[in-house]
Each structure stands twice: as C-alpha cells, then as structure tokens.
Ligand binder design. Structure first.
Ligand SMILES: NC(=O)c1ccc[n+]([C@@H]2O[C@H](COP(=O)([O-])OP(=O)(O)OC[C@H]3O[C@@H](n4cnc5c(N)ncnc54)[C@H](O)[C@@H]3O)[C@@H](O)[C@H]2O)c1
Length: 499
C-alpha cells in the first residue's frame, strides 16, 4: 500500500475534501470518520502515532471501542498531523508541534529507546513520552525489557511494532537508530545498560537514584566524561516549586546560617505491600530488594543538598522492621521506617525520616514535610498539604497536583514531567552544541549527577548492615564516615569529589 505522508491517498483526499466543504483551517479539522481513524490507527510507526495516542486514554484502543474512540477524537484530536503531504510531513518531524513551552520551539525529536518498562514507566514516564508538553520532543523508537509481560503491556498500549521490542539492549542498539536511551531498570541494574549506551554513543536519562552504589555512580560519571555523552538523572523534586523557591531564598541568605533540618517522607503501606491489589510495583520482591532509604531518602537527601549545596560528612541510621515482616500471605523482609541522621558540611544536622508503612487510610499517598532551622529564621516545606483536597464517598484524599496533574484534555503536567522533560531538552541542546561550557559543567557536576545522594543512601545502608538488632525489630546503626566509605569504594578517585 503506497502512502504519502503516512496516510492512504483516498483517506487524505477525503479529509481535504471535508476541510474544503466545512471551510475549516487544518488546525480545526478533527477526526470524524471510522475510515480516518482506522487509517491513522493502522499506521505502523510509533512516531506517527505518538501525537494521537498522546491524547487518547489507552482503553479507547480496544478493538470494540471504535465509537468511543471516534467520540473522543472528534472532540479532542486534530487530524492535520496525519493528513499532510510528504513534504510537510518531513517539516512536521523537523519542527514538532503541540505543547506550549517556548523553550521547546524549533527543537528536533529525540529518537529514544526505553530500557525497562516497569512501574515507573507505567506511573510516570509513559505520560512524559506520550501525553506531556515534552512528548513532541520524543519519539519512542524501540523498547527493551527482560520481562515479556512488561514488553507486551507497554508495547501493546503504545503500539510499538513487535520488531522494535527487544529483550536485550545491545541487540536494540544494533538494530534501531537511536539518539538516546531512558534506563528504567531497578537501581542495582542502572550501571550496565547506562555504561553500554554511553559507550555506544547514546545519551542517557535515568530515574533517581543514579545507582545504588557510589562505585556504580562513579563508573557512570567517568564513562559519560570520557565519551562526552550527555547524562541526566531525574530527581523530580529538583523542579518542585517549593524546592526551587527555597534554594533561591537560601542562596540569597534570607534566613542566616543553616543549623538543622528535619524531613519526612512517608508512603502508604500499599506502596510496599506485595499483597495489595493492584500491586504498586511490577516485581513482587521490590520492597524486600529495595528500602525506604533507596526509594524515599534519596529524594529528600537530594532535595536537601539542592537547597543547601552541602555535602555529607557522617551518616547514622536507625531502622524499624515491625510492620512489613508481619504482612500476609507474603511477608516483606525489609524496613518499615528508617531515620537517617546526616551530619553535613558546616556542622549542619539533618534527620531524614522515611517509610512506607503508613496505614492506607492516610489522606495522601505520600505524607511529606521539611523544616529547616537557621540562625535568623525558619523554612517549612510541604507541611503535608499540597493545596488540593477531595472529599468523596471513598474518603478524603490530598493529591500532590504539583507533581502530576491529569488535565481535561488527557495531557499530564507538573514537575514530574518537567524534570525529565528538561533533561530531554538538554540532551537535544547538547546534541546541537547549544549548551555553554558553564551550563555543561553545572549539569555534569557530581551534585547534579547524584553522587552525594547515593553516598548518603549507601552510608545509611552500611550503618544498618553493621547495626545492633533489638528484640522489638529496631536496628540501631553505627556512624559511617562518608568520605572514608567513598575512598574504600573508589580509592584515590574519591579526592575528586571532596576537594
Ligand atoms: N522518580 C520516581 O519517583 C521513581 C518512582 C519509582 C521508581 N523509580 C526508579 O525507577 C527505576 C525502576 O523502578 P520500577 O519501580 O519501574 O521497577 P520495576 O521492577 O517495576 O521495573 C523495572 C523493569 O526493568 C526490567 N529490567 C530489569 N533488568 C533489565 C535489563 N537488563 N534490561 C531490560 N529490562 C530490564 C524489569 O523486567 C522490569 O520490567 C528504579 O531505579 C526506581 O528507583 C523512580
């Protein structure tokens, strides 16, 4: 079948005729007939489908829901993307449309391979790829997962052609032309695909934390430096307006000298409970192979360091294993709560208390707060409320709408999109040589690449691993010297991070 600009000629002609008849601008012409819809849906390339899929709920792609799809699409989707000629089809790809961020105008599309299509992709990144202001910068060219179920779920939902679904990332690198990869594997499996991608000349975007050990983070940083590829880590709290404002006010000296801080981040039990339906994480052993430290302390430690610019000196953790081991029928051998005290440079003390065993009746999925005490003032962040509360028959729910807001048109906004979206924008800028030396130095600093955040987490884990166990399930860790641990792990290279 010969297609021009992605559409069969007869369908294209019918769309043009309708435009003429209805005297509408291309931008006002919407999908209206089953033939138009089927033709668009049949196009076999994810880039062509992305703008369409971006706006349609997944369930509408069920074969028996053509009518619903049409209803949705005739209300919300313009067809100009699909009815263009071969020439302006090229132009569209060179200058993607949609979204309203001026900084994105004129940028090309990044050919992205996605490695790991588990929970974080389902909960956060599929919105980034297909339903955000940044989606027009992204073309998901191929996906890779060692799990057939994960490949099938994402591949079917987002219509990734079967021949572009891989179980091995090296094969994907060889078979598909890519600019960059998103490595969404578990923390302990970030390093191998990241290093392999950088070595293959690809840029990389990672979810936090960069890796679970400083040895792996150092290896990743060294490889990015050597290959001169771009690496970005999505610590989404960095784009939280509260963190950005706090950072600016602290830098301006608004409160005097920082003395002490305490931060809380507590998830509902359903996050860690493999018995909960639906399960929060793809893998049933997530909570036992991870911890509140890697999952949550990493966010808060990073936010603290972004706000204050201070590096960790000593770390001591106290952990509690009281609720998770009692879960049934699947018990979790892990911590409910961990209180990590960190001594930062300048004698600043900081308690970071994180856990994932709050009763499911908690009024938000994640209860969080942060208090910073200075010589001349105090700063409170989050205060457990996000400014949006729903009361319905199922209860009271505070939602962090700043993180992700599901808009009426199906798009997703919020700092959960902005943080990784900006990384995608920076990859494109880097590829075009548009980042200055100063910008690059900041984006490549060990702070930006999460080295000190992993250091806090690894020290906390080491503290617990060598701690004393109480009869009631509490574990009292010993104090770990952060710089000494770094030296043990990476030798003399540690000097580079503590000059
Ligand atoms: N930004 C956030 O707030 C946030 C939230 C959740 C998770 N995360 C991070 O996202 C990452 C993934 O977490 P998740 O919850 O999606 O885990 P998950 O276990 O649900 O998914 C990981 C996926 O990676 C796949 N995988 C494992 N090894 C692979 C390999 N070698 N090649 C290809 N695929 C492979 C697994 O089969 C699985 O489908 C972790 O680093 C986690 O800490 C971040």
């Amino acid at each position: 079948m010969v297609r021009e600009g992605g559409l069969k000629a007869d369908v294209r002609r019918s769309i043009h005729a309708r435009r003429e008849r209805e005297r509408v601008e291309p931008s006002a012409c919407r999908v209206q007939t089953a033939a138009e819809l089927d033709e668009i849906s049949a196009m076999d390339h994810s880039r062509d489908l992305a703008p369409l899929v971006a706006r349609a709920p997944k369930e509408l792609f069920h074969p028996q829901r053509v009518d619903d799809r049409l209803k949705f699409l005739s209300a919300d989707v313009h067809i100009e993307h699909y009815s263009c000629t071969a020439d302006n089809y090229q132009a569209r790809n060179a200058h993607p449309r949609g979204g309203n961020h001026a900084m994105l105008d004129g940028m090309k599309t990044l050919k992205l391979g996605v490695i790991g299509t588990g929970s974080v992709v389902r909960e956060i990144y599929e919105h980034l790829y297909f339903r955000s202001a940044y989606s027009r910068l992204i073309s998901v060219e191929a996906i890779c997962d060692t799990s057939d179920d994960a490949l099938e779920a994402f591949g079917t939902a987002w219509r990734i052609p079967v021949e572009r679904r891989f179980r091995d990332y090296q094969t994907m690198f060889e078979a598909v032309e890519l600019d960059a990869v998103a490595v969404n594997t578990p923390d302990s499996l970030h390093a191998e695909p990241t290093v392999a991608a950088l070595e293959a000349g690809l840029d990389v975007v990672l979810p936090k934390p960069t890796a679970d050990t400083v040895r792996d983070v150092h290896r990743i940083i060294e490889t990015a430096d050597r290959t001169k590829r771009f690496l970005g880590v999505d610590f989404h709290k960095r784009e939280d307006p509260a963190v950005r404002a706090a950072r600016a006010r602290v830098a301006a000296g608004a409160f005097g000298t920082l003395q002490s801080a305490s931060l809380h981040m507590l998830d509902r039990l359903l996050v860690a409970d493999p018995n909960h339906t639906p399960r929060f994480f793809s893998s049933p052993d997530f909570a036992s192979t991870n911890s509140p430290v890697s999952f949550l302390t990493s966010h808060m430690a990073d936010a603290f360091m972004v706000i204050t610019g201070r590096r960790p000196v000593e770390v001591r953790a106290i952990g509690y294993r009281q609720k998770l081991p009692s879960l049934a029928p699947i018990a979790v051998e892990g911590y409910d709560l961990v209180d990590t005290s960190v001594l930062f440079e300048g004698g600043v003390s900081c308690h970071i208390v994180t856990g994932w065993a709050l009763p499911n009746t908690a009024d938000c999925l994640t209860v969080q707060s942060g208090r910073f005490i200075f010589s001349d003032g105090m700063l409170d962040l989050w205060d457990n409320h996000y400014g949006y509360r729903e009361i319905t028959a199922s209860g009271i729910e505070n939602r962090n709408v700043q993180f992700m807001t599901f808009e009426r048109d199906g798009m997703v906004t919020g700092y959960g999109m902005e943080c990784p979206g900006k990384i995608i924008g920076n990859i494109l800028k880097h590829r075009n040589g548009e980042l200055s030396a100063d910008e690059l130095a900041t984006l490549r600093s060990p702070f930006a690449l999460g080295l000190y955040t992993t250091l806090v987490c690894e020290c906390a884990h080491a503290s617990l691993a060598t701690g004393t166990h109480q009869e009631n399930g509490a574990v009292i860790g010993r104090t770990i010297d952060a710089r000494a641990l770094l030296s043990e792990q990476i030798g003399a290279a540690a000097d580079r991070y503590f000059t």
